[in-house]
Design a protein around this ligand. Structure first.
Ligand code: ADP
Ligand code: MG
Length: 234
């Protein structure tokens, strides 16, 4: 498992990149036991439809780019594509939008992945603190994290009780407990992801920063649908 992570990191280094693509970041985290959507790179509309047929519809297409970090801001994410015609049209729209916003060199194809089942959007992240080393973050997604900064932090390595506590200490925790009759989220699944990230950070000190934004937390599990990894400078 760590071997495949090391290979992915070495390949990015070899190409002179410190930002892993969504496809690479999910492959690395998937190998480390984090549930992620299966995500593959397509560099043509025909390849995108072939991958979509293998994964099963509906699918999601997202821009793959060395320079773009917020994909949806520039029209780089197309959700809920039901068939091959929708995939081909979305591929073309993403390419046009990206080239208009950031130039032709910014477009490196698209990632193709299944549309995940809905859930509460949560985020997890890791940063390297100069004093404490790797620190994990947990919060609810969207406006709650951006505006209210309602997040919890723990220094790596995490014990199981740390993972349980950090999920429960955010102000937004009632949303995960089943707000207004919604099913409660699978907290054990979220705790398990935090512990996998803690082990991942310990095993790979060359990871400077990572973000899973969002993870969709359901009653029966949780799945990361977006992932970003930044390596330390070579
Ligand atoms: P960005 O680079 O803009 O953060 P994301 O990959 O996070 O792009 O996609 C934007 C939003 O689209 C996510 O916050 C999530 O709500 C939704 N989304 C992304 N991927 C999937 C997926 N595979 N299944 C369902 N929803 C998704
Ligand atoms: Mg995202």
């Amino acid at each position: 498992m760590s071997d495949s992570v090391a290979t992915i990191i070495a390949e990015a280094r070899g190409a002179g990149r410190s930002l892993l693509s969504e496809v690479e970041a999910k492959a690395a985290l998937g190998a480390a036991g984090v549930p992620v959507t299966t995500t593959r790179l397509a560099t043509s509309p025909a390849q995108a439809t072939a991958i979509a047929a293998e994964l099963g519809y509906p699918v999601v297409l997202k821009v793959v780019s060395d320079t773009i970090t917020h994909k949806s801001d520039i029209g780089g994410v197309e959700l809920n594509l039901a068939d091959a015609a929708a995939v081909e049209a979305a591929y073309a729209r993403i390419q046009v939008a990206v080239e208009a916003a950031a130039g032709a060199a910014a477009f490196g194809g698209v990632s193709v992945q299944p549309l995940a089942a809905p859930g509460v959007e949560v985020i997890m992240g890791m940063t390297q603190d100069p004093q404490f080393g790797p620190v994990l973050m947990f919060g609810l997604g969207g406006v709650l994290v951006e505006v209210l900064k309602d997040v919890a932090f723990r220094v790596v390595p995490l014990e199981p009780h740390d993972a349980a506590e950090m999920i429960r200490e955010i102000k937004g925790f009632p949303v995960l407990e089943g707000y207004r009759g919604a099913d409660p989220a699978d907290l054990a699944a979220l705790e398990s992801i935090l512990l996998s990230l803690s082990a991942f950070a310990t095993a790979h000190p060359e990871v400077q920063e990572l973000d899973l934004n969002p993870i969709l937390a359901r009653a029966d599990g949780a799945t990361a649908v977006d992932a970003r990894i930044v390596l330390t400078p070579a």
